[in-house]
Design a protein around this ligand. Structure first.
Ligand code: PEP
Length: 250
């Protein structure tokens, strides 16, 4: 049985006051024996504050990205070991904004996925097609290519500790959500692909949906058989909106 995971990607939003208020609100409105696991991705500067509020609680947190290298002359970058040092359990890799705005290739994403594992973190691998690719009927081919780049580099065994997030690029931050049927169809494609490589890993792996998830659409999306939770951007920035998603799960 896969437990629902609700993960909040704060992107480049926040302040010390906002982070404290949001985290305290999430702690007050959720519990360790709830139906879903909660996870947040604050911007790097707020990791010490996040650690001070969340250490020893049921809410996990992680880094929004990491450098493929363990250390060295990489000005402005952050390693997996540094994330671990601040109590992170997870790292996002391959978010579409990293791919599109910062030019991360499929291979760069594979390097980051491996770096996360090497540091003892759970990578959340983001995959998904653009609107143009969907309209050209390329959705499965794009998602398969993004997955293959990582599987070929690290091997299917490495997915034991991973999570996958299917995030159609056209649904991120746009208010457009994939229908539950559209999302389920791609999630099933991903799980079938992994099943052909390792049936146990594929059965245990959580596959999140991301793209304008909110308190009104979460229940129907998460009720799909291969959707195991959500990666949430905009609606993770207030405790009220994020907890509306957490509470929508039955
Ligand atoms: C995201 O950033 O991964 C995301 C899904 O954002 P939003 O929920 O705002 O669409």
């Amino acid at each position: 049985m896969r437990k629902i995971l609700v993960a909040g990607n704060w992107k480049m939003h926040g302040s010390k006051a906002m982070v404290s208020e949001l985290l305290e609100g999430l702690l007050a409105g959720s519990s360790a024996d709830g139906k879903a696991d909660l996870l947040v991705f604050p911007p790097f500067p707020y990791l010490p504050l996040t650690e001070s509020v969340l250490a020893g609680t049921h809410i996990r947190y992680g880094g929004q990205n990491l450098n493929p290298n363990a250390q060295g002359a990489h000005t402005g970058e952050t390693s997996g070991g540094m994330l671990k040092d601040f109590g992170c359990h997870y790292a996002l890799v391959g978010h579409s904004e990293r791919r599109a705005i910062y030019g991360e290739s499929d291979h760069d994403v594979a390097l980051r996925f491996k770096a996360a594992l090497d540091a003892g973190l759970h990578p959340i691998l983001c995959v998904g097609e653009t609107l143009e690719e969907r309209e050209e009927g390329q959705t499965e081919a794009v998602v398969a290519r993004q997955l293959d780049a990582v599987i070929e580099f690290v091997g299917i065994e490495s997915f034991r500790k991973a999570v996958i997030a299917y995030e159609p690029v056209w649904a991120i931050g746009t208010g457009l959500t994939a229908t539950p049927e559209q999302a389920q169809s791609v999630h099933a494609f991903i799980r079938d692909k992994l099943t052909s490589l390792n049936v146990i890993i594929a059965g245990q792996l959580r596959i999140l949906y991301g793209g304008s998830v909110n308190g009104s659409n979460a229940a129907e999306l998460f009720a799909q058989s291969d959707i195991d939770g959500g990666l949430v951007g905009g609606a993770s920035l207030t405790a009220e909106a994020f907890l509306a998603i957490y509470s929508a799960i039955d």
